[in-house]
Design a protein around this ligand. Structure first.
Ligand SMILES: [Fe+2]
Length: 259
């Protein structure tokens, strides 16, 4: 399906609802083994050092495969603390970012990055992260990343990220439209609750962020500035490969504004 747009045939990996069970808020609600999300890796590769992937996360359904929790990716840390660049290509996303200092049970910083179509997110070095579909449509994400090894075990050990993103209890299943999905165009941010994951020893309060425009990195919010175009100026992606040179810039404060 991506053949016309991308240089490479992707390596496809999928996670089913059962695969996700270890990190779900309500693992016992799992009643199906549908596909939870799909990742198309290596659609573009630059110099063997950078790759462009796409992730598709279907929306919540009338009978949610995971109870009240919004659909999400498994979540991971990057072993070598690589940063990562995302863009929402379609749909509405929350990115959960979390960081610990010594003990992975003691989270010191936790953020939600809000992003709609055309908006970008950067995972700064050292942050564990996962992507959440809070919209009524399929969430489609593009990302650039350098050579990376993943640590899924730390997130698995604590049964998910440090917050669960849930449909507000007061709304229950009434929010799900008759067609099986949320009503078209409905803004569900008011219908969302954040619950601290009690499997962690300590979890800070969440702050909500949006990415700033970052001309020095060639990054601008808006669908007119797709990150895929950066394949034509790979020098602007050097911070993903040689992040140690860019540590002054790759901080939450420099990259984001609080909302
Ligand atoms: Fe990642």
């Amino acid at each position: 399906m991506f053949g016309k747009y991308f240089t490479n045939k992707p390596d496809i990996s999928q996670r089913t609802v059962l695969d996700m069970k270890p990190v779900l808020y309500q693992p016992n609600e799992v009643k199906t083994d549908d596909i939870f999300y799909t990742v198309y890796r290596n659609l573009e590769v630059i110099g063997g050092k950078l790759r462009y992937d796409i992730t598709e996360i279907p929306p919540q359904k009338m009978v949610p495969p995971a109870g009240r929790e919004f659909p999400k990716t498994f979540g991971h840390y990057h072993k070598a603390r690589n940063p990562e660049l995302y863009e929402v290509l379609d749909g509405r996303a929350y990115f959960l970012l979390q960081k610990y200092a010594g003990d992975p049970a003691e989270i010191e910083e936790a953020y939600i990055v809000e992003a709609g179509a055309g908006e970008k997110a950067i995972i700064p070095p050292g942050f564990g992260h996962l992507s959440i579909n809070i919209g009524s449509e399929k969430l489609v994400l593009g990302n650039w990343i350098g050579l990376v090894e993943y640590d899924y075990e730390t997130i698995k050990k604590f049964h998910g990220g440090c917050y669960y993103v849930l449909l507000a209890r007061r709304l229950g299943l009434r929010s799900f439209g008759e067609g099986g999905n949320f009503n078209e165009g409905e803004d569900k941010r008011d219908s969302i609750e954040f619950e601290k994951n009690s499997n962690y020893k300590s979890v800070p309060e969440l702050k909500k962020l949006k990415l700033r425009d970052l001309p020095e990195l060639g990054i601008k919010n808006g669908a007119a500035h797709p990150i895929l175009d950066l394949k034509n100026s790979p020098e602007k992606l050097d911070w993903l490969v040689n992040s140690e040179k860019y540590m002054d810039l790759l901080t939450i404060k420099k990259l984001y504004k609080e909302i």
